[in-house]
Design a protein around this ligand. Structure first.
Ligand SMILES: NC(=O)c1ccc[n+]([C@@H]2O[C@H](COP(=O)([O-])OP(=O)(O)OC[C@H]3O[C@@H](n4cnc5c(N)ncnc54)[C@H](O)[C@@H]3O)[C@@H](O)[C@H]2O)c1
Length: 409
């Protein structure tokens, strides 16, 4: 649809779940041309109104149902706690909206599969914000790994470690036995690493072996489970935690590379310590999220290098993501904006463009990540055995076959 001056009509968005990450969705959208924020919905009418005031949004809907009933809204951002993603994204798709969900797509692979089917029958864009894809350095590393600069990949390793849940008086819906699914740290942050590992390497994780652990089995809840709210000051109610806050994993990739991953949210000193390294026969490349504007490149027979994000030095594919001139550090919100911008471009192109935007993660891609996480949970349940990760999207969620033994469930 076009308006009189031939500028495309603004896409109208609404957001459900106005907590921590919602601020960054709104910030990203405000930095895009041609998108209008219509309103938000929170967990209650009052919470919606309070958050609308704080976030500078003019309209608060009483519930997500009311927001979805608003005809003028084209795009819905789902930034609710992860266990609500399935119900809300499904309702949004059935209302005919384009859906931008934060990760994880849903709590189980089954739910993800249903969401993929619902998105396909709605004929809308359905995408997930795996935001680390939006850094110029990640794009550069990907270009190098997909080309021949690294040579044959042999090892893909790294970690995603945090400490914001190191205090047993921090409580989150992520580990609340009433609503959390089977996994906590893996589905919350491990999912980002698994997405990056496949995205950078261009190869799928084919087998996993997992050892999961709950380092803090009793937490104290004082009623708030808002992200990064900090420890409760009073004693709180003791709650038994069953899902993992610490995970050690071995991986095998389809291209023959081996892998190793550590995930935790309870390790003092590690703030948002996401690191990933792809080692080939010719060179290695490493990206560290806390130094996002650098790429370490390692050689066996030449000096190692640290590449800065100077557009003229970057591969053409990465250049578009270097949003600032060299020496002006781009950060987390900038990468987030790049990913959201790519999704809106895809919506505007009505999926007719010949190439998907580079950072786009579709519901099907995100379904894949949940299949990997479920394979990891399964490996641990079976005592830490190698498990084949079902390789075809939307196939194999009905059965996970143990590599050793071939037992089916
Ligand atoms: N991409 C990233 O890097 C990143 C980072 C943090 C969180 N996340 C994801 O974003 C989602 C939200 O996480 P968060 O840290 O912002 O959580 P949060 O607890 O800070 O915010 C969740 C918000 O949803 C609201 N809410 C709860 N029930 C609701 C309902 N029925 N209807 C409408 N709103 C409701 C809560 O009141 C709160 O405002 C999670 O899925 C999480 O995995 C992604």
């Amino acid at each position: 649809m076009c308006v009189a001056n031939d500028r495309p009509a603004k896409l109208k968005m609404g957001l459900i779940g106005p907590g921590f990450i919602a601020e960054h969705h709104l910030d990203a959208v405000r930095r895009l041309e041609g998108v209008e924020i219509v309103g938000i919905a929170g967990s209650s009418p009052q919470s919606g109104r309070d958050r609308a005031r704080v976030l500078g949004v003019r309209q608060a809907f009483d519930s997500y149902h009311d927001l979805l009933a608003e005809q003028q809204i084209d795009v819905v951002h789902n930034t609710t706690p992860s266990h609500l993603h399935y119900e809300i994204s499904l309702a949004a798709l059935r209302a005919g909206k384009h859906v931008i969900s934060d990760k994880p797509l849903a709590s189980t692979a089954w739910q993800c599969e249903e969401l993929c089917e619902a998105a396909a029958s709605a004929g809308v864009v359905a995408a997930v914000t795996f935001n680390y894809r939006g850094y110029a350095a990640v794009q550069q590393a990907r270009t190098m790994a997909h080309g021949d600069e690294l040579g044959q990949q042999v090892y893909i390793h790294g970690h995603y470690l945090q400490d914001w849940m190191a205090d047993d008086h921090v409580f989150s819906w992520r580990i609340d036995p009433v609503c959390a699914g089977e996994s906590a740290a893996l589905i919350d942050v491990g999912a980002h690493w698994c997405d990056l590992a496949e995205y950078l390497s261009g190869s799928r994780i084919s087998q996993v072996l997992a050892d999961l652990h709950t380092a803090i089995p009793i937490r104290f809840s004082s009623g708030t489970s808002q992200t990064f709210a900090g420890p409760a000051r009073d004693h709180g109610t003791p709650v038994e935690v069953h899902c993992e806050d610490l995970a050690s994993l071995l991986l095998k990739f389809e291209n023959g590379a081996r892998g190793c991953l550590k995930v935790a949210q309870v390790l003092p000193g590690h703030k948002n310590d996401l690191q990933i390294e792809v080692c080939g026969r010719a060179a290695s490349v490493r990206w560290e999220q806390e130094k996002p504007n650098e790429l370490w490149i390692g050689y066996a027979n030449a000096p190692n290098a640290v590449m800065s994000m100077q557009a003229s030095l970057l591969a053409p594919q990465a250049r578009a993501y270097a949003s600032l001139p060299a020496g002006h550090p781009a950060g987390w919100p900038d990468a987030f904006r790049a990913v959201v911008s790519d999704i809106y471009d895809w919506i505007r192109a009505d999926r007719t463009a010949t190439r998907q935007p580079a950072t786009l993660c579709t519901f099907e891609d995100a379904h894949r990540i949940s299949v990997i996480i479920e394979s990891m949970l399964e490996s641990h349940k079976r005592g830490g055995v190698w498990i084949d990760v079902p390789q075809k999207n939307l196939e194999g969620t009905r059965e996970i076959v143990a590599a050793a033994g071939g037992e089916r469930r």
